[in-house]
Design a protein around this ligand. Structure first.
Ligand code: SAH
Length: 562
């Protein structure tokens, strides 16, 4: 809950806007300000105070205890110009809240936490349990001192300016082993361990927990890297298993007996086969998604033993984000694309596209750029990096799936990596918005590049579009070495459309030197078209209205609901 406190009429007005926008997230505290602040501080996870920072500092100072548990506090000034993240920037989420409040009230978010200010992720905000000298290593990262990455378990991390080898004074160590952090060292605990558990009906929580903890301890593994407790469907509600998982702070994940019975395990036995229909529960449930068996099946110490467990290190799954950057203008790059770029530790793309977004990358992001033509190699590199456990962003202009990198990359990719696609505004849409409404009815895109597609195939598709009276956008319309294809394609369309059919030509849509014109099939001079251009040819219903290209939605569209 977010507690809202104000003192003045202007403050109350801004407060009411927040309360109205977030009715389920906020609670208004009225009455004397000191009492209201104290009550909200005790009862809420976050506070927004429409008060001077000085007043809030004086009231909060005696209440502050620990930055990991203190509420996050944001102050908004009387003029509503600034949303200041005052305390609890990371742990209390005040930095994020300041941004949200700022967006809602039109106020500038003020964030002074050093890592946020320079675009570095805080080591304590990566989503991994963290141990050791967080302050010291963060300081070193901020000061640009070399910090070495020592990753015993390859796991996708966001980009941090880390060096590969150990020559540095500071270290970020990624391990699931039960080691203590050294001096000037931070240990990140990846969620790499899966504990498979089997239990007889009524097995006590204590017995299951002691078994699991003993197994981890004997194998030298950290409980903080346990990602889940895995078992068979039939045991999903077994109190001993559920209770042990709760104490470990992880979910219980279950699989069918049939699926488990197909997993090859070193220690199958008859008892579970008779009870639940699979020769192995603990080992099979731990291994079912692959990985390395670190602790083979062992039984609890009680007699008769009522629980079994096994521990597996699952492979870190790399992540490949295929990100469309849009046609060029920064404000046509989606927030989701920006978030993926910031998350990446490796960026792969054509050098000219990398230049478009270099300022958005986090310090330390490894950039693998290449020149025109090396598509296959870029695709292979991106996939190979993801398979090494990296978070990779593969970028393309417009939409990365339209005549671009998504298909060669996914043709290479196997199911051992996660793939996310971020759509981008493709050239046809960027151009259409410039031209008017040329795509109001059925339309196709056709690339005139015959580098990878035989001309006969391209020609067959142009003919089909011509016969079907479909609006056509030509990508890759013309280059220095390819000059006859566009005139040929236009002649094919002209066989079925009047010479007066509107044609839109847009060069560098949304970029600084954008230019466009609407002409006709009969008048278009192909020599004025180049590779930075798309050409959109209307259908027989397309009209030029007030200089804009408009394709009606159809003859009966007015009768149809929106
Ligand atoms: N993935 C890109 C297309 C790559 S093919 C996208 O979705 O937009 C390259 C062709 O796209 C160029 O030859 C040109 O025809 C077109 N193109 C890309 N960006 C453009 C822009 N900003 N303005 C006009 N045409 C563009």
């Amino acid at each position: 809950m977010i507690g809202l406190i104000s003192a003045t009429a202007a403050g109350a007005a801004a407060r009411d806007r927040l309360a109205a926008a977030w009715p389920d997230r906020t609670r208004v505290y009225e009455g004397a300000v000191p009492d209201a602040v104290r009550a909200a501080y005790a009862e809420c996870e976050q506070l927004v105070c429409f008060l001077a920072t000085g007043a809030v500092v004086r009231l909060l100072a005696p209440l502050l205890a620990d930055k990991r548990t203190d509420p996050g506090v944001v102050c908004v000034d009387e003029g509503g110009r600034f949303a200041v993240s005052l305390v609890g920037g990371h742990g209390g989420g005040a930095n994020e809240l300041a941004r949200e409040v700022g967006a809602l009230l039109g106020a500038e978010p003020v964030v002074t936490t050093a890592t946020d200010a320079v675009g570095l992720p805080g080591l304590d905000t990566l989503g991994f349990p963290v141990e050791g000298d967080v302050a010291g290593v963060t300081r070193a990262l901020l000061d640009g001192e070399p910090v070495a990455l020592d990753a015993e378990v390859p796991w996708p991390l966001p980009a941090l300016p880390l060096t590969e080898s150990g020559a540095a004074a500071y270290t970020v160590r990624v391990t699931d082993r039960a080691v203590a952090p050294g001096e000037r060292e931070v240990i990140l605990r990846p969620p790499s361990l899966v504990v498979g558990v089997g239990a007889s009906k009524g097995a006590p929580v204590g017995e299951v927990l002691a078994l699991v903890e003993g197994a981890l301890r004997d194998a030298g593994l950290s409980a903080r890297s346990v990602a889940e407790v895995a078992t068979v469907h039939a045991k999903a509600k077994e109190p001993g298993i559920v209770g042990a998982a709760e104490r470990l702070g992880v979910p219980v994940v279950t699989y069918s007996a049939e699926e488990l019975s197909q997993v090859e395990v070193p220690n199958p036995s008859d008892a579970p086969l008779a009870a639940v229909g699979t020769p192995s529960v603990a080992e099979a449930a731990a291994l079912v998604r692959g990985g390395e068996l670190l602790v083979p099946k062992r039984k609890s110490a009680a007699r008769p033993a009522m629980a079994t467990c096994a521990v597996v290190r699952r492979p870190g799954r790399g992540r490949l984000a295929v990100v469309g950057l849009g046609p060029g203008a920064r404000d046509l790059l989606t927030p989701r694309a920006e978030a993926e770029l910031r998350r990446a530790s490796v960026l792969v793309g054509l050098d000219q596209y990398v230049d478009q977004i270099r300022d958005l990358l986090r310090p330390g992001t490894r950039v693998l750029e290449s020149g025109l033509g090396a598509e296959e190699e870029r695709a292979r590199t991106a996939v190979a990096e993801a398979r090494r456990g990296q978070a990779v962003a593969l970028i393309g202009s417009g939409d990365a799936g339209v005549y671009a990198m998504a298909s060669p990359a996914l043709a290479e990719a196997s199911d051992d990596i996660d793939v996310v696609g971020v759509p981008g505004v493709t050239a046809a849409l960027a151009a259409a918005a410039v031209l008017g409404a040329p795509l109001g009815h059925d339309h196709v895109s056709i690339s005139l590049s015959d580098l990878h597609t035989p001309w006969e195939v391209i020609e067959r598709r142009v003919r089909a579009a011509a016969e079907a009276d479909i609006v056509v956008t030509f990508y890759n319309p013309r280059s220095r070495g390819r000059d006859w294809q566009l005139p040929k394609a236009l002649r094919l369309l002209a066989g079925h459309r009047s010479p007066r059919t509107p044609v839109g030509v847009v060069r560098n849509a949304s970029r600084a030197d954008e230019s466009s014109r609407v002409t006709t099939l009969g008048e278009l001079d192909p020599a004025t078209v180049d590779m930075m251009t798309v050409v959109t040819v209307g259908n027989t219903a397309t009209r030029r209205i007030a200089g804009r290209m408009v394709t009606p939605r159809g003859y009966r569209w007015q009768e149809e609901p929106e």
